[in-house]
Design a protein around this ligand. Structure first.
Ligand SMILES: [Mg+2]
Length: 227
């Protein structure tokens, strides 16, 4: 079985510096700082628009809209290139790094130990996601990864992740938002949803399994018994 993990709200929490780094990268290129706010309980926003479950290029496009600039692909790519270094810079200056959620490291290790292939399928840009995972203690744990750099929605990110499965191999998507559930469904794979992000079980009903956290033993059992 191949298990593809979302990052924010699923494996770890505390992505404030990520949103801030992207906003500052927008400012570096177009001269205006877009309005952003994020809260692990309530969600993350660009202006009035909730961005949980969106991929970073979509969020950058919303930031450019918010400051009245056209989101042409070349500008988005240029800003994306600056956001990773800006994120590392913010962490070096003392911004709080993301931290692993309860049970996440142990579940990834248990799946790999049981012979599963584990990867990430994330809305993060690669440069930010890799830094964030390393800071939270996940370095070296994943066999493969699909990041958002070349994609404009989560379904496409998950499709790239699914390409790492062998023919006929079962695939699970693990995520914390309705967008993860929808992307898993669109790719015809099974979905484990966790309520450790900003959504409750009533908002994640499309998933095959909903767990309180990755520390829930039912999560591991559901995935391993599906092979
Ligand atoms: Mg998430």
């Amino acid at each position: 079985v191949l298990v593809l993990f979302d990052i924010d709200g699923t494996l770890l929490s505390g992505a404030d510096a990520h949103l801030q780094a992207m906003a500052e990268a927008v400012q570096m290129v177009v001269g205006h700082l877009p309005p952003v706010c994020s809260d692990d309980e309530v969600g993350a926003y660009v202006g009035e628009i909730r961005i949980n479950g969106l991929v970073d290029p979509q969020i950058l496009a919303l930031m450019l809209d918010a400051v009245g600039t056209t989101d042409d692909p070349a500008t988005v790519r240029r800003i994306a290139g600056l956001a990773g270094p800006r994120y590392r810079d913010l962490l070096q200056r003392g911004a709080p790094p993301a931290t692993a959620l309860p049970g996440a490291v142990a579940l990834v290790e248990a799946l790999a130990g049981a012979g599963a292939k584990v990867g990430v399928a994330t809305g993060n840009l690669r440069s930010i996601g890799v830094t964030k995972l390393a800071a939270a203690g996940f370095a070296g744990l994943f066999h493969c990864g699909a990041f958002s750099d070349a994609h404009r929605d989560r379904t496409a990110v998950v499709a790239e992740g699914c390409a790492h499965a062998r023919p006929g191999e079962g695939v699970w998507v693990v995520g914390d938002t309705p967008a993860d559930v929808a992307a898993g469904r669109a790719n015809g794979v099974q979905v484990l949803a966790v309520t450790t992000g900003a959504y409750g079980p009533e908002e994640l009903t499309g998933a095959d399994v909903v767990a309180d956290s990755l520390a829930d033993v039912g999560a591991l059992r559901a995935i391993l018994s599906s092979r």
